[in-house]
Structure formats: structure tokens, C-alpha cells
Design a protein around this ligand. Sequence first.
Ligand SMILES: Nc1nc2c(ncn2[C@@H]2O[C@H](COP(=O)(O)OP(=O)(O)OP(=O)(O)O)[C@@H](O)[C@H]2O)c(=O)[nH]1
Ligand SMILES: [Mg+2]
Length: 1137
Amino acid sequence: MVLTSVGKMAGLQKKASGIRNICILAHVDHGKTTLADCLISSNGIISSRLAGKLRYLDSREDEQIRGITMKSSAISLHFVKGDQEYLINLIDSPGHVDFSSEVSTAVRLCDGCIIVVDAVEGVCPQTQAVLRQAWLENIRPVLVINKIDRLIVELKLTPQEAYLHLKNILEQINAVTGTLFTSKVLEERAEKETESETLSDASPGDQIYDWSTGLEDTDDSHLYFSPEHGNVVFASAIDGWGFGIEHFAKLYSQKIGIKPAVLMKTLWGDYYLNTKAKKIMKGDQSKGKKPLFVQLVLDNIWSLYEAVMKRDKEKIEKIVTSLGLRIGARESRHADPKVHLNAICSQWLPISDAVLSMVCNKIPSPLDITAERVEKLMCVGARTFDSLPPETQELKSAFMKCSSEETAPVIVFVSKMFPVDAKALPQNKPRPLTQEEIAHRRELAKRRHAEKLAASQGKELSEKTPSENSPEVTGNAGDTKGEEQQLPGEGDSVTSKAVKQEADKEHFIAFARVFSGVVKRGQKIFVLGPKYDPAESLHKLSSQCSATDDLPAVPHMACCTLENLYLLMGRELEDLEEVPAGNVLGIGGLQDFVLKSATLSTSPACPPFTPLNFEATPIVRVAVEPKHPSDMPQLVRGMKLLNQADPCVQVLIQETGEHVLVTAGEVHLQRCLDDLKERFAKVQISVSAPIIPFRETITRPPKVDMVNEEIGKQQKVAVIHQTKEDQTKIPEGIQVDSDGLVTINTPNKQATLSVRAMPLPEEVTRLLEENSDLIRTMEQLNTSLNEDKKTHEINQKTLDRIKEFKQKLEKSLQGRKWRNAVDQIWSFGPRKCGPNILLHNFGGYKRSVWQCLGNSVKEVGKYRDFDNSIVSGFQLATLSGPMCEEPLMGVCFSVEKWEISKAGDTLSNSRQDSGELDATEHQQNEDNTLASSCTDEGPSANEHQDRNQSGTESPEKMSKHKGELLLADCYGPFSGQLIATMKEACRYALQAKPQRLMAAMYTCEIMATAEVLGRVYAVLSKREGRVLQEEMKEGTDVFIIKAVLPVAESFGFADEIRKRTSGLASPQLVFSHWEIIASDPFWVPTTEEEYLHFGEKADSENQARKYMNAVRKRKGLYVEEKIVEHAEKQRTLSRNK
Ligand SMILES: Nc1nc2c(ncn2[C@@H]2O[C@H](COP(=O)(O)OP(=O)(O)OP(=O)(O)O)[C@@H](O)[C@H]2O)c(=O)[nH]1
Ligand SMILES: [Mg+2]
């Protein structure tokens, strides 16, 4: 096979119908890179003997050492099928969860993907994840079932068993697709129903849409994998073979005289061949008939493997001649039978042909991009396509046409920035010299030689000759930088230094795809950031303006020049002059304009593309610092570069001044640190132990003590009192009643707050977490409503989602305690969108987060002054809790009184209130007590409401009266005092309840054989892991164990498991949820039984306390620990010797 030239590739790029942009996706180690190797070798880029061993696309050293892919990389391949020529832009992606963000960057640029599944392991967690990602991006998948050789060699299945096994895998995968599909259809249907409702509301009788048509006929057959549809290939990448059933259908149609179309339908499935009648019959295995697939396909492969493995020379000879293959003597005599096998199989059933023709047949060309996908790409967040400006909507047709005409607007999406060495850039690469250049050089050398000779002979040369020469030499220097590096003596020392400096600099190349138009080198183009809004900028600019014009500054938009365009060829880059629509390419010169991803366009009407869907949550944080403090600037610069180079890493500076890296997992962390040390910062760094996040929460008081004895009523009180005395050490002036209601005054005694903390039900916390985006949107809407801005048209879909969210909350917050709670929600926190709630549970207040639903839009007047201070105090309190300054989670603070009064009144009032509260053990009276300060009490709910409204006026007026008085105060501004007081109140309220730490949990799925199962369990239990499920994979002796494990215990877990099981099991950890640690960090024995059981000091390990103290130590907080336990027993120095 000859190498395809760059010119040829550039030619192929112009024909969009022959382009296929694909990526390879799979679970880790299912053989993506090996498959890519096989496809690359078909283009002669690597030798077919090395295919599978080289892993060409794993170009990093650590990728080769660890044997896993860590980044996505692209290569362009040429493929000829019949008289059609294709250009295949292939992207290999990593399978390890830590790098799943790299998968997102790859999927965005493609129209289709090859899903690879290991025939032994079947569908794994990442297989499901990548299927989902492909689905979210609307790209078409095809399937390769890889490693079939393992069924023969390792599992020693018979062909019949293997057939059943494969059928099973196919069913599993289709089940995953099925779930995705049905959920989508249901969602669409619901959406269209609401749409039709609103339409019919708006214009009754105007138009009648029948939305249900089309949905029933939705053809989903192309979504499922089935060999008869030609979207499944069975393969063994390592042995170089693969086939789709059409190969055998064609082959056997001649042999047994049955039409290929019939064979295509029957070759996979429970059909058998009636040899006498030469007919294919539908039959089942109970008759003892072999399915066609076993008889015609698998049997042959099995017998070939058997023959080669047993070195049955005669049989091999027979097979080889009957297949008409020619095997070299070197392969057939090789000591390793695998080499022989590879030589036969890769000729008989070449995997690259099977896979690439499936890709060309089944995956759409860039011209066939669907309208649905385009709209999805163009609409960011909650926006709908119809709400985009008309100029922007017009661009949809440009996407759909994918035209490469000069007039078409250029639209490019950059999905990531990747660093390359300057040496790898084509302009710096040494290239072979042309004939003329060689001749020219020879001429120069001769002349120089002559000069030297002349000089040595003392003959003077005329001044003219050298001056004629010099411009030629320097003229050449520009073209042949690479040669100068090789021959430093020849070049001028200044330029070589410049080249060296150039080589030191990191070059970033944008990994991109052209969706419309032709990009040219040197073209000027707009760079649109993710927050760019075409509607806003089109007011300022005309839609016809171009990046070359002199334009006013527009937010989130910049102009830049495309300096270089590259063809991506794995480890190499090739220069290109222009790239037409539909191609994947690399762009140089965007380093200063694009951080991680961006949209480029010549039209200012172009919207930014929707952000990439990242599956992984970055959770592992470490603090880094240079070994030598003077290296700090390099480190900062390096971290900036690292941030640009990795789609998922977060780089931040904490309030403490520490530089922190947040990564997706241990492997990702290691890679980032290596990159930082060796590539970007090039300084020695020291790395802190991983900073593990915790959350703080409260629970209900326990019913049993630590030795499972029931706590009686009296004991309960005793426990509460004791804990209160112990931990909270409440200063004077703060009253805490037995029910946990905290009453506190501002320092100037002008305002009184009563706050109670309550644990939220678990499902509410989960609901809040899941809907944090929605809560943020609500917050924005409320703010713009308050400011009376009309910029944000509230989208019907968003409103529906908010309503649904509210209903769900109401459903989960049932019971007396939570009466009216949903309507009283004042704010969420921390950062106004977290999983904690602030309620206003006192009369006469109408502030609500549901304002955007339109219930009380115009009641702005009902806010009190200083409303914001209370909310801010709450935000601060939820951001860092009292245990170890970690954020709170699942806590509800209810403000039950908020009074602003004169100094004298405050005291008497609060005394009166607390007295009342003591008397009212039952929470039923809560509301009344709170309102008591306003007016007298009324029993019915209606009256209660009225009273609330009338009650508002008095405090409001009061506060206005005192406005001036309060503001000038020796304790500082009143709003500030309120914030601090609110924060304190929340903290004390929290401490009055049993506090708990929450730990982040990973889930992991471990595959292990029966022999190592015990050891896996041992490691899991040592690290506080919990097994959720254990099942045996059908047809194998592999167990699948699902477990959860605290993040805090996870460091080194994968390594330990791998070591203990001799590499047989390797888990992948995925962040799943937060879980309360059952033990009380402040626990000390109180009952007699507990004393007996735990001893007086209870020094057996308390997990929660250990975590809490570790965090406190790290943050430099006070840790209550005895350093010297037995002072009298201190050993003397002399004895110690
Ligand atoms: N027996 C067998 N082994 C295979 C086959 N294909 C790949 N392997 C082996 O599986 C291992 C993983 O292969 P890779 O190609 O690196 O897997 P990958 O999917 O790229 O892995 P990541 O990129 O880390 O997700 C290697 O040791 C390969 O030799 C196959 O068809 N049969
Ligand atoms: Mg790989």
C-alpha cells in the first residue's frame, strides 16, 4: 500500500459526500487503539505486522507505559470501495472514566461513531456512558464486537456457545439504546403536547396540528444494532480479522445457490440450512440444528484457530489453498503461532475492509446532518430555536447545506486545544530537499570551498562575489529552518537561537471542524465565546459586517487571523492552504483567543455552539507549589497552559492563596502533574495530599445509643444538654431552647432573629442537587423581574420545569412540620443554588423564590429593608459549616422571628418570646408564636393570612423610622451587623442539632474471577467500601461486583486491587453521591453501657472525627486533641537511648 500524499487528501476534502467523520468509543481496554492501528495500517502509515503492537495513536510516553489512551487524537485515512473514494477522519478516544471529557470533545466533531465491545466483558459502565454521549450528540453509531479470539482461546467456548454469547451481548447493547430511544420519544411527545396546548390556547380554531402523526411511524430500526442491517462487525483486532455478515452472504450465495439478500436476512438468527432441499428453514435449536451463523461462519473460524494452534500443517495448508491465500514462509515458520494466524486471518478477512466499508455504508456524510442536530447545536441552554434572531435562524440552512462555496458563511467549532512541540509543526520539520535545492547547496559549498582555498593562498577576491552570495544565503534561511537545526555551523547563530526559543514555546493547535464554508490560511474570523449572544451584538453590528472591518467592541467576541491550517495525521501535522466544509482539522494561532473551546465564524449572527456534555465531575483536588519559591511565576504560567490543554481540569487559587488543581480522578491527576512538571511549568513542584471534599449536615436525634440501647426520654434530655455544654459553649446573649430554636440579637441590640435548623428529607436534597441549574435560572429571572428588566423573555418550557420542580418539592415536603414550607422558601444556598433552604416562617412576609411563576410579581413593596442581609448571612453560613468549614448540605434554616425594635424593647421582647417557646413543646404553635409579636392570634388559616398582610406594615414602617438612627451606629453599618448575626444564628442553630459529616462516594464496578474475589472483598472492606451487588456474568466465570467507596479512602485503591489480584481486576471509580457518615464526630460515651463498651475516653477510632480533624488541621483551624496523653509516664532521655 502506498502512502497517500497530502495533495491527494486535500483533493478528497473537497468532496463532502465522500467524507466520513468518525470516532471510536468504548469502555477502557476494549481495543479501540488496536482497532485504529489496523485501520491505519491499511493506509500504509504503519506496517501491518506492527498493527496492534505499536498503538500509533497513543503518542504520549505515559500512554504507552500505562497502556491506556489519555487523549483523543485524529488521523485522516483514504479508503477505496469499488469506484468510490472516501476520506475518513478517524478520532481515537480514551475509555478510562477519568478522561471522559476527551470523549466529549471527539464526539462533537463527528457524524458517527464505532462502538467497540469486548466479546468477553460485554457491556460495561463506560460502554453505556459512551452510547449515551453519542446519543446526546445525535450521531449514528455502528458496532464492532472485538476480541472474539478470546472466546476461542481463553474461554474455550464451542461455536454454538459463542453464538449464544454474542447474541446475548447484542441484546444487552440494544437494551441500552432502547432505553435511550423510548425516553426521548416520551419526552418529545410530552413536549409537543404542551406546545400544541399553548398553541391552541393562543389561537383557538386557527390551526389544528396533529402532533401525534409521525411519532408512531418513527422508524427506530436503524438505531438498533443487528448484523442483518449491516451495522455490526465481528472482529479480533489483535489477529487482524473482522467481518460483517454480507461478506459471508456473498460468498455462500455462489456456493449454495441462495440469493445473497435471503442469506443476509437469515445468516444471523435461528435459521438452519436444510441441505437436502437446499433451503433455509426457520427452526430452533431444540431440533439439534445448527444455526446458519454457526455452521457457515463460526465453525470455519474455530477450525482455523484449532489447526494453527495445534500446528496441524496439513490442515493449515488445505485451508490456505481453499481460501486462495498466499502466506510467506517467514510467517508460517514463526515460533509464535499467533503470527501465523494473523497472517492468514488478515488476508482472509481483513478487518479494515470490513470496518471501513461498514462506516462508509452506514454513517452519514457531513452533507446529511440532521435538522434536529443543527438546532440542538445552535441553541444554548433553555433557549429555543424560534427565539433566536432571524439572521441567526437563517444560518441553519448553511449548516444543512454544508456548502464549500465562497459565498457560504464560515462556521467552525473548536472542541479543544492541544499542545504540540514546536518541532512537530510542519514548518519546523526537516523535509527532504528537492533536486534543485541539492544542486544549489552543492554550488554554495563549492564556492565556499573555493573561497577558503583562495584565502589560504593569500589571493584577494574581489568584494563583489560575497556580497552577491549573502542575500541568497539569508533568503534561504527562512525556508530551511529545520536544516539549520541539524547543521548549526552553517546557519547564523542569531537565527538558531531564535529557532531554539521558538522550540521551547508551547504551541497550541485547535482541534476543530468546519461546519460550513471554506476556511483559508490567513483568513480573519470572529471568535465567539460561550456566552456570546448574537441578539445583543446584532443591534450594534450589521449582519453583513466582516472580521476585517473596524468594529466596535462586543462582549465575548474577538477577531483573529487563522495563521495555520493542518491536516491531522496522528503524531504528524501536514500544512494545508484551505479546508472546505465537513472536515476535521487543526488550526494554529488561536492560542491567545480560545481557552478550551469556541465557535469561529465570519458572520456575527452565528450563535455559540452548545457547550460540550461532560460526564465526569472533577472531584480530586490537590494544592501545588513550587519546590523553590522563586519558581512561582513559571508554575502560574504552567498552570494556565495546563488549563488550556485539558478540557476537564480546573485550575484555581483558593482564598488561602493556594494554587489548586481539580481533576476527575487519580489517573487524570497523575497525568496533569506530569504535564505540569515536564511540559508546561518545567519546575519541580510539591503536591499536597489530595484535598477531599466533605459536606456538613444535621440529622434527627438518635433513638438508640451507641450500644443499641434505646435512649429514654430523660436520657435524651441529658444527652442533648451534655452535648450542648460540650460543643457549643454558647456565649452569653444567645438563647437556645430545648427544641433548637436560637434567638440572637445584633450587637447594637436593635434587631432580634430566631432561627431553627432542620434536616431536609433525603429526596429533597437530591431534588435540589439535580435542579441546581434550574434554581440558578430562577434566581436570574427573579433578579431581572425585580429590576423590571424585560430582557429575558420567560420561556414556556422553563416555566413548566419550574412548576414541576415546585410540585415535586411540595410532594416531598409533607407533614405538619413542613406545612406551607414550599411557599415560604426565601432562598437556596450556598451561592443561591445549593442544596440548603432558607424559610421565612414569620408573619407578614411575602418574599418568594417562586416569584418568576408570576404569582406575586408586582408585590415588590412587600420586601423589608435589609432583606438581602439576611439572605447573605444565610449564604455565608451554608458556605462553611461549624465542624470544619465545609459547605452545608441538606439543611433547612427557618427564620421564625425577625424583629427590629428599640434597644429597650428588644430585651423584654426576647425574654417574653423565649418563655413562650419553652412552654410550647409542640411545633403546631410555631406560626402563632412567631406572629405574636405582630398582632393577636387567630385560629383559622384565612385569618392568619390576612393578619400576615396587615402585619407587614408595622415592622416596615418601624424600620423606616429608625433607618437613619440605625445606620449610624458604633458597631458599623446595620446591614453588616445583620449579615453577621444571621450567620451566627445559623451556626448556633446547626450546633443545637446532632451534626454529621457527609462523605463523597464513588461507585465502582469491579470484574473479578472467582479466585481473586476474596481479595477484592478484603480490600473493599479495609477501605470502608460497601458491596451493593454481586452477580456472575453469564457464560463466563467472571463476577461483577458493584460497590460504593468513600472518596477519602480511594487513593491507591485501583492500584491495590490490581496488585492484590495480580492485575486480574481493575476498577474504575465514578463519583456518585454524598452519604452521611453515621458516626457522630463529637460523640463521647454517656450511658453506663457505653462506658462499659467503649471505655471512658472512647478512644477506638471515630471515622467522622478523624476526617473532621484532618480537614481542620489542613485549614489551620483549632483541633481539640490531647498531644500528651500520660504526662507522668514520659520516658527520660537517658532511658530512651
Ligand atoms: N485477545 C485480544 N486482545 C486484544 C484485542 N484487541 C486488543 N486487545 C488487547 O487489549 C488491550 C487493550 O487494547 P487497547 O487498544 O489499548 O484498548 P483501548 O480501548 O484503546 O484502551 P483505552 O484507550 O485505554 O481505553 C491490549 O493489551 C490489546 O493487546 C483482540 O482482538 N483480542
Ligand atoms: Mg486506546
